[in-house]
Design a protein around this ligand. Structure first.
Ligand code: PMP
Length: 416
């Protein structure tokens, strides 16, 4: 039987206890509706990290003594958990720890540029990508003097808004060496048609990179079995700590890509004349890595796996759907996200209140929602707005959050 989420598990997330606001004798609960930017931490994550720091902390793969050995074991143990979490076809040797999804994507873009691209090559990405999956490719295209082509969006809002697949087919041709796209969009929450894109890309032998920053807790699919060559995500969005990222790659890609950062722990030999790199994940893990963060990530994965990705997704998507249906009834609200019932992120604007003002008004009622360009300027411009308010749902979100948020938005509407 599925674990009950929402209010049933909220007391397992200390942040909610610690951020109630008391005003005029009234308690305002903390409505955290910005999990797409970063999720709150489950108590098991906090405890595991605290315990590690208090009892087991040592640098990894560098010491012959107890704490270092224990930390190294935990570090590698989490690598196994991450591999299992991603899918059956992934092995721990394919998992690289980075500083975040952003760094993972930079490692990929830079290395693929060096190893696979020349001035006849084409890189294809959607125009709607997060800057983390856009700027690295722009930079590589500049360096390699090759083409960067963008797949546009059809439709301006709602269900009509989707990746233009017929354009993708035209763009992804023989000279396309890499296609990189988000599994789930961070602004609109749309689930991109990755099956179709992978199929198109594989016909021309292009590498496929999936930015899974927004999809790791909500879509349970073996992406490597589907044909992905690499995926990137950030543990802080799956209830784990910030400061650590994950990059999973096919073995072939891992062998071919050059290191991104140079220093200790990534070499097999160093002389004054030159150096050789070690193989496997260590090649990409120069320097002292995030250590306690891997312990936190392991705990986060255990928790998410126990609750179930599908269960979290169904819960968050049901709330998002309800929010979308209800907010559309408020005058002057324009919703941009599609409404297939599968989204967990809803972006909207109020025609008379600027997104930033609305977010500030909501904060007065202890509601956290993100307002702005959401690190996707080209998409925001395409939508013809300068900012959107984004409401995103997670395992601990509940119906009260929706009612509280809607009441606050209505109140703000009435003032204008
Ligand atoms: N891609 C997407 C789709 C994202 O939502 C984010 C985080 N906002 C990133 C990449 C970058 O993740 P991070 O900031 O954790 O490196």
């Amino acid at each position: 039987k599925a674990t009950k989420l929402g209010s049933h598990i909220r007391n397992e997330f200390p942040i909610f206890q610690n951020n109630k606001k008391i005003e005029d004798g009234q308690t305002k609960p903390f409505s955290y509706l910005d999990s797409a930017v970063s999720a709150q931490k489950h108590e098991s994550v906090i405890k595991a990290m605290t315990h590690h720091l208090e009892y087991d902390y040592g640098s990894v793969h560098r010491g012959a003594y107890g704490v270092s050995i224990r930390s190294s074991q935990m570090y590698e143990n989490t690598r196994i958990k991450v591999a299992n979490f991603i899918g059956k076809s992934v092995k721990p040797e394919q998992i690289v720890y980075t500083r975040g999804a952003t760094e993972s994507l930079n490692i990929l873009a830079s290395g693929i540029g060096e190893e696979f691209l020349n001035e006849n090559s084409r890189i294809v990405i959607p125009a709607a990508e997060h800057h983390a999956n856009l700027i690295p490719w722009q930079q590589v295209a500049l360096r390699k003097n090759c083409e960067l082509a963008y797949i546009s969006f059809e439709g301006k809002s709602g269900d009509k808004l989707k990746l233009n697949l017929s354009e993708a087919k035209k763009l992804i041709t023989k000279n396309t060496k890499v296609v990189s796209l988000a599994h789930v969009g961070n602004v609109l929450g749309q689930i991109n048609p990755i099956h179709e894109i992978i199929e198109i890309a594989k016909k021309v032998d292009a590498l496929v990179i999936l930015d899974c920053a927004q999809s790791m807790t909500c879509i349970d699919e073996d992406l490597f079995a589907l044909g992905a060559d690499a995926i990137a995500f950030s543990p802080h969005k799956i209830y784990g700590p910030s400061g650590i990222g994950v990059l999973a790659m096919s073995k072939e890609l891992m062998e071919r890509l050059p290191p991104f950062t140079f220093g200790g722990a990534m070499i097999s030999d160093v002389t004054l004349e030159g150096s050789q790199w070690t193989s496997g994940p260590a090649k990409f893990e120069a320097g002292t890595p995030p250590i306690t963060e891997t312990v936190g990530l392991g705990a986060a994965i255990d928790w998410v796996a126990k609750v179930g990705k599908q269960n979290i997704h169904d819960h968050a998507a049901a709330l998002a759907s309800e929010f979308l249906n209800k907010i559309q009834e408020i005058q002057d609200i324009e919703v941009f996200s599609p409404s297939t019932g599968q989204e967990t992120i809803i972006s909207f604007r109020h025609k008379k209140i600027h997104a930033h003002d609305l977010a500030t008004i909501l904060d007065a009622d202890n509601i956290a929602m993100r307002a702005g360009h959401h690190c996707a300027w080209p998409l925001i411009r395409f939508l013809g707005v300068d900012a959107l308010v984004r409401c995103s749902f997670a395992a601990y979100s509940d119906k009260d959050d929706i009612e509280i948020a809607l009441a606050a938005i209505k109140k703000a509407s009435n003032i204008t």
